[in-house]
Every structure is written in structure tokens, then in C-alpha cells.
Design a protein around this ligand. Structure first.
Ligand SMILES: [Zn+2]
Length: 316
């Protein structure tokens, strides 16, 4: 591992490019708006320029030897194609890896963002030294990456880990995916907002519930001790614990690393999750489960992409 690589986190609103040294430190970065409506050529040109500029601006930097990119799913990681993520309309069916490879002349890997971030935490963050982890992202949506015995588990079509859309309550609220009572409807930022607003009015939360505060504002209120906000976060944490108990019963994996914006709530969210796990699992399974916060925050995606870029160099 002696090469310089770049890790790129391409999201619905912004793109972050990180220059990663041979010792896996992010030594320089650039962040700019995605502006996907300008089309693939513009996005590719701006990413390539950012990589070249970072390289030129960093005196110690050698040639960037490979690039890893992650985007919201669905992603065809084998062919490096971004499929049809709902919030990046301008890049649907873009062969992003091939376009970047053509422009930069180096190997490029494309991966789903939750999976790349999970790999980052596994190799460089909260999962270091673990045999297996599940990385769970709780933000605008909820997803997971399963890394078992050092390998990312993809399933037959790279859709393994759609944890946010597994059902916790068959009578629960209708979810954006069309199903009912999905894990996401208990804890994503938008659903925390809906649950808070509905509870204030004594109503049942739905997709249509009008909100006044966002998830972040509710987290701040909970930290300040506001009773309703605390109750909403406690319920969300308990739901997370029940869902993790199910994962633990199926997978027999002990370490659950939680990331995403809602994870910033820390123990207000994690403590009820930890309390709930033994109520929904065998004692022998539940007592081994550890729920921990991520360590790398948004750097996890960059470092996971850098790790994937190095894999590309090794031809694996
Ligand atoms: Zn759903």
C-alpha cells in the first residue's frame, strides 16, 4: 500500500473529493455542489479537475493511482454504473466508473455509499479489529452494510443490507417504498419530524404529516431536555434495538456501528437501543451485541472509497 488514491463521496446535493495518502490519511479535500442537472459530462469534468487540483496543490503528493467513488444506490458495482437513485436524476444510468477512468487514466471503482462507508468504518474506524460488523446508517434514510469475516456481503444483486425497509410493525405507517411499518418509519430524520409533529397534535404519523421542525432540531430539543423530543428519540432508539436484535439472531454478528445524522444524538438514541436488544433476542445472542457510534463521520465514505481504489490496484 504505497500509492496515493482519491476517495469521492457523490451525494444528492454535494460531492466531496478526498486525497488519501499511502498511510490512509485524508490530506486534502474539496467539496462542491453536485448539480446533477448539468449532466454526466459536467459532473465527471468537475470531479476530475478536483482530483488534479488537489494533486497539484499537495507538494508531497505522488500520482493518484486509482479512484473510488460512492453514490446513493442502486448501483451496478460490477460495471461501475449509477442506476436510478431518486435524488440524482441527472445521472441516471451513467457509466460513472468508465467516464472517470477515461478522463483520469486510472482504475476507478464505484460502490453504494452505505457499503463504502461500512468498509471505511470496518478498516479504519469503529470496526477496526472486529471480525464482522453491520454498519447502519440512520439519516434521511436508513440502510446497512454487512461485512462478515472481512467480506462485504452483497447478496445476488448487490441489494443486501436494505435494512431500512424491513418491517417492524405490520400495522405501522405506510412507507415511501409502499410497504408498512418499515424500520425507516421509526427513526429516519424526516420520520422523527413527522412523529414529533403528529404527537403534538395527538395524531398518528403518516407520510403526509406536516412538519414544523426537522430531525436535527428535534435532536437539539431532546438534548435540552424537552420531554416530547426525548420520547420520540427514545422510541426511535428502542425500534433500532428491536431491529438490531433481529439482525443479530439471523447473522450472529456482535458489533453494530451506527452512523448518519441521527447517530449524532449519541446515547439519547443508543441507550434505548441497547436496552431493547435483549427483549427481542435470545439472551445468549443479545448479551453479546454491542451498539457503538461511528468514528469517522463523513470521512468514512472517503476512506472506504480509498480502500476500494486500492483493491482495484491489486486487481481484486
Ligand atoms: Zn419502506
Amino acid at each position: 500500500m504505497t500509492s496515493w488514491v482519491a476517495g469521492i463521496d457523490l451525494g444528492g446535493t454535494k460531492i466531496e473529493v478526498g486525497l488519501v495518502a499511502p498511510d490512509n490519511c485524508i490530506v486534502a479535500r474539496k467539496r462542491f455542489p453536485t448539480e446533477d442537472r448539468l449532466g454526466p459530462a459536467s459532473v465527471v469534468a468537475r470531479i476530475a479537475t478536483a482530483v488534479e487540483t488537489l494533486q497539484a496543490e499537495t507538494p508531497t503528493c505522488g500520482q493518484v493511482a486509482a479512484v473510488g467513488v460512492c453514490t446513493p444506490g442502486p448501483v451496478d458495482h460490477l460495471n461501475g454504473v449509477l442506476l436510478d437513485p431518486p435524488n440524482i436524476l441527472g445521472l441516471h444510468h451513467t457509466p460513472l466508473a468508465a467516464l472517470l477512468r477515461e478522463r483520469l487514466g486510472v482504475p476507478v471503482r464505484l460502490e453504494h455509499d452505505a457499503k463504502a462507508t461500512g468498509l471505511g468504518e470496518y478498516h479504519f474506524g469503529a470496526g477496526r479489529g472486529e471480525r464482522s460488523i453491520v454498519y447502519v446508517i440512520v439519516g434521511t434514510g436508513v440502510g446497512a452494510a454487512i461485512i462478515a469475516d472481512g467480506e462485504l456481503y452483497r447478496g445476488g444483486h448487490n441489494s443486501a443490507g436494505e435494512f431500512g425497509h424491513t418491517t417492524l410493525d405490520r400495522q405501522g405507517a405506510i412507507c415511501s417504498c409502499g410497504s408498512r411499518g418499515c424500520v425507516e418509519t421509526f427513526m429516519s430524520g424526516p420520520w422523527l419530524a413527522r412523529r414529533y409533529a403528529a404527537a403534538q397534535r395527538g395524531e398518528t404519523p403518516t407520510m403526509q404529516t406536516a412538519t414544523t421542525l426537522d430531525g436535527q432540531a428535534i435532536a437539539v430539543l431532546a438534548e435540552q431536555g424537552e420531554a416530547l423530543a426525548q420520547r420520540i428519540l427514545t422510541d426511535a432508539g428502542a425500534a433500532l434495538g428491536a431491529a438490531i436484535a433481529t439482525l443479530a439472531m439471523i447473522l450472529d454478528i456482535e458489533c453494530y456501528v451506527i452512523g448518519g445524522s441521527v447517530a449524532h444524538c449519541g446515547d439519547l438514541f443508543f441507550a434505548p437501543a441497547r436496552q431493547a436488544v435483549p427483549r427481542y433476542s435470545f439472551r445468549s445472542v443479545g448479551e453479546r451485541v454491542r451498539i457503538v457510534g461511528n468514528q469517522l463521520d463523513t470521512d468514512g465514505a472517503i476512506l472506504g472509497c480509498a480502500w476500494l481504489a486500492r483493491q482495484a490496484l491489486q486487481g481484486t
